[in-house]
Ligand binder design. Structure first.
Ligand code: 13P
Ligand code: SF4
Length: 335
């Protein structure tokens, strides 16, 4: 039995995506490329997306690069192959464009760890503090934020704030702890984490390093402090990619979501990239939220222009200032 588009639309809230039966013979690459042209749509993809989605994207990048692209694109439709908070950020930056997310349930454990009503109460305990929020948070949280940041610009953002001003940092306690160490600032941390970056086993990584003494351990700052202490390089996804290209080393142990390895291998085909092992036997170093997006869902969302990101005018207005401030600081730093 085939599911009609009308039925699929009716169930969109429950499913998160348009669950319709598609022709099993469909050439998704050809169809998606056709829709891009016909609709003047741009596909922005994060490095943690499936390789085939990365390969069809117009731009692949980290959270900062994706936001910069979302702000500056001439396209009429932004198709965000990433997670919900990223698509919301794109909508805040380009409110008059249609922003599509292939699966509305592509969330983020880190963003979910900081519900806006709870954060509001937390913030009230520090009335003189400024709020710096990692971009991995909801649009509602952004409305309570003074400056947003990504892992690429977080140090610059913290350093832009006068030394005598207290700072609340939310929601990632690992990135927060890393920033405290890097900047020497005393930050009030929200206790949130990313389920993917917390899963790496320091013990297994130590063993891997013994087996490959020439390998460089490269890690995302969302990882726990004990892992970051062992790392040869710490950076955002695009920072890790750049380091892997520029480094003299030939073997890398990569402590972030495995999706980034696709670009690392494309850019440095003669180098070896070993995913940092998780502390169990599951594929937990894959982000289940990012991986909800598939080529099928990408196609249906472009064809039917659903699911779409809708935000209230108030959220767009109040959420914008902290992102604009982040983009200004990044531009001044040449990022
Ligand atoms: P960046 O790509 O900005 O380093 O962020 C990684 C991430 O947490 C994506 O969810
Ligand atoms: Fe969120 Fe972590 Fe997934 Fe990034 S990898 S989207 S921070 S859960």
């Amino acid at each position: 039995m085939t599911t009609s588009i009308a039925t699929a639309k009716k169930h969109l809230d429950k499913t998160g995506f348009l669950d319709i039966d598609l022709d099993p013979e469909m050439d998704f690459v050809a169809e998606i490329n056709r829709l891009k042209k016909e609709k003047n749509a741009i596909i922005l993809a994060h490095y943690y997306q499936e390789s085939e989605i990365q390969d069809i994207a117009d731009y692949i990048g980290d959270s900062l690069g994706l936001s910069q692209q979302a702000e500056s694109t001439d396209a009429d439709i932004i198709v965000f192959a990433g997670v919900h908070f990223m698509a919301e950020t794109a909508k805040i930056l380009s409110p008059h464009k249609k922003v599509l997310l292939p699966d509305l349930k592509a969330g983020c454990s880190l963003a979910d760890s900081c519900p806006a009503p709870l954060f509001k109460k937390f913030k009230e305990r520090y009335p003189d503090h400024m709020v710096v929020s990692y971009i991995n948070c909801t649009a509602d949280l952004k409305t309570m934020t003074d400056i947003c940041c990504t892992s690429t610009n977080a140090v610059h953002v913290i350093e832009s704030i006068p030394k005598d001003t207290g700072i609340i940092f939310a929601p990632d306690r690992n990135l927060g702890a890393y920033l405290q160490k890097k900047t020497g600032r005393d930050l009030v941390l929200w206790n949130g984490t990313c389920m993917v970056h917390e899963i790496f086993s320091a013990e297994k990584i130590t063993k891997l390093k013994e087996r490959h003494p020439e390998a460089k351990l490269i890690a995302h700052p969302e990882c726990e402090a004990h892992l970051l202490e062992q790392a040869d390089f710490i950076g955002s996804t695009s920072g890790l990619l750049r380091y892997s290209q520029e480094s003299e080393a030939n073997i890398f142990i990569v402590a972030t979501e495995v999706g980034i390895i696709h670009q690392m291998e494309l850019k440095s085909p003669n180098k070896t990239f070993i995913p940092a092992p998780p502390n169990n036997t599951c594929a937990c170093n894959e982000c289940p939220h990012m991986k909800r997006n598939t080529m099928e869902k990408l196609y249906t969302c472009m064809e039917y222009e659903l699911p779409e990101i809708i935000l209230s005018d108030e959220v767009i207005r109040d959420g914008r200032a902290c992102i604009d401030r982040m983009l200004e600081i990044s531009a001044a730093a040449g990022l």
